[in-house]
Design a protein around this ligand. Structure first.
Ligand code: NBP
Length: 483
């Protein structure tokens, strides 16, 4: 009787697992679900899953019996130890050819290790990034699968069917094979690194408007809404505007005003920065966005330092000699800084991907990665169409900054970007991400930096040698000799 396209197992019924199960079922798959805490399975079956082609398993053993071979099992449990624990428990219950798909935010090195172990047992392993949060999981996330190519041939159709769709006819699935081993989770990690920058940059725009221009949440929301209709059209811009609209029912104030400024994190931005450092890829905007969260968490120290450390008070619009034209001008400059910073975020993310691809022999396809981030994921943005085109035209583009479309965009924003950083510095408003991104841009476009002096000092104290600009070779100088 069933018109099912197939049966799939899903372990872990928290936010992501529940919604993915519903998404799979809506696309014609029968889903066998299991959760460690049985009450959660029961609540799901009685609640959102009732009347749907979703059945519960009370143990992993029962799940294994309910699934046809080769079994396809998606793990949506907490990243880290839980994934290892579930794999340990599953291995004795499964048979060669069965496929395990880890859809959590696992570290790519863990995925490499697990893939080896699982494949030694004759099973196939897919480590896939899934982005889009709760809504994406339900309606169509962006999916970044990596691991066994043989497994992709089996599960590719299913993953594509539940993914978001993008493109001009909205029919291109945001799901494509990424590469072997941990490549899928690596790409998801870098996605999150870029996400950290965009979020931090939007918060700097908000801080500047509130501190320099005394704008309230509602007014900033209008600006964000407008930007979201133009070149900054993106999911994060849209939700930032939506957040600013929300009123706290208890106080009647904008909810954002009563939310503590301590921002937490789950580690993916840190992992991206660690990987960039290890691979030797400059990615200061990503690192700075992680640091911005760290410094935000030093709330008590900041509150105490605010009473003692000297600094200017920002000039305030309306009081300190701004003319009438200055407010739109400042808002325009904030827009420019935000756009420049977001371009740097993508440029750094793709530069990390390029180096990782070379280092790990993944052969990552940059236009395809840009394409699958166009829909469903947290960093989806109109800008991704330009990124896709830039890599399509020049597959070996050394850095997005030098592609014609972004070169022109940066030319358009740099004046305002510089002006707002100067104003922020004069007023003592911290804009770490805007400022470090501009330094990245200026460093990248500098044919000569001051680092000749660094190399000279290295040679001075450690005989590390140096190269010269006027002839080939490696040189060392006895810096203390009188000659
Ligand atoms: P959580 O990351 O909060 O994990 C909770 C799930 O893990 C529950 O089903 C829990 O079972 C299960 N679990 C734990 Br904890 N330890 C376990 C163990 N030792 N054995 C078996 N199951 C165990 O859930 P989530 O927020 O839905 O995220 C799932 C994955 O997707 C994570 O890797 C997350 O990073 C990733 N992700 C999340 C989002 C998002 O927006 N939330 C977006 C993209 C990716 P229990 O009910 O018995 O405790």
């Amino acid at each position: 009787m069933s018109m099912s396209k197939g049966t799939v197992g899903l372990i872990g019924l928290a936010v992501m697992g529940e919604n993915l199960a519903l998404n799979l079922e809506s696309k014609g798959y029968k889903v066998v679900v299991y959760n460690r805490t049985a009450s959660r399975t029961e609540a799901f079956l009685k609640g959102p899953a009732s009347g749907r082609d979703i059945v519960g398993a009370s143990s992993l053993d029962e799940m294994a019996r309910l699934l046809p071979r080769p079994r396809q099992i998606i793990l949506m449990v907490k990243a880290g130890r839980p994934v290892d624990e579930v794999i340990e428990q599953l291995l004795p219950l499964l048979e060669p050819g069965d496929i395990l798909i880890d859809g959590g935010n696992s570290h790519f090195e863990d995925t490499e290790r697990r893939a080896k172990k699982v494949e030694e047992a004759g099973l196939l392993y897919v480590g896939t990034g899934i982005s889009g949060g709760e809504e994406g999981a339900l309606k169509g996330p962006s999916i970044m699968p990596g691991g066994s190519q043989r497994a992709w041939c089996v599960v590719g159709g299913m993953l594509k069917s539940i993914a978001a769709k993008a493109g001009k006819d909205n029919d291109e699935p945001c799901c494509e094979w990424i590469g072997p081993g941990g490549a899928g989770h690596y790409v998801k990690m870098v996605h999150n690194g870029i996400e950290y920058v965009v979020m931090q940059a939007i918060s700097e725009a908000y801080l500047l408007m509130s501190s320099l221009l005394s704008m309230r949440a509602g007014e900033i929301q209008t600006v964000f809404d407008n930007w979201n209709k133009g070149d900054l059209d993106s999911y994060l811009m849209e939700i930032a505007a939506s957040v600013l609209k929300k009123i706290d029912p208890e106080t009647g104030r904008p909810l954002v005003d009563v939310i503590s400024d301590r921002a937490a994190h789950k580690g993916t931005g840190m992992w991206t920065s660690q990987s960039a450092l290890e691979l030797g890829v400059p990615a200061p905007s990503i690192a700075e966005s992680v640091m911005a969260r760290y410094i935000s968490s030093l709330k008590a120290e900041r509150e105490s330092a605010a009473k003692t450390l000297p600094g200017p008070t920002p000039a305030v619009y309306g009081k300190d000699g701004f003319d009438d034209a200055s407010k739109p001008r400042i808002i325009g400059a904030i827009h420019d800084a935000l756009k420049g910073t977001i371009i740097c975020a993508y440029a750094q993310g793709f530069a990390i991907l390029a180096k990782a691809s070379e280092t790990y022999s993944w052969q990552l396809n940059m236009p395809s990665i840009a394409a699958l981030w166009r829909g469903g994921c947290i960093i989806r943005a109109a800008m991704l169409a330009d990124i896709m085109e830039a890599f399509d035209r020049q597959p070996n583009l050394p850095n997005l900054l030098v592609s014609p479309v972004f070169r022109d965009a940066l030319e358009g924003v740099q004046k305002g970007w510089r002006a707002i950083i100067a104003l922020a510095a004069q007023g003592g408003v911290p804009v770490p991400c805007f400022a470090s991104s501009l330094s990245y841009y200026d460093s990248y476009r500098a044919a000569r930096l001051g680092t000749n002096l660094v190399q000279a000092q290295r040679d001075y104290f450690g005989a590390h040698t140096y190269e010269r600009v006027d002839r080939e070779g490696v040189f060392h100088t006895d810096w203390t000799s009188e000659e």
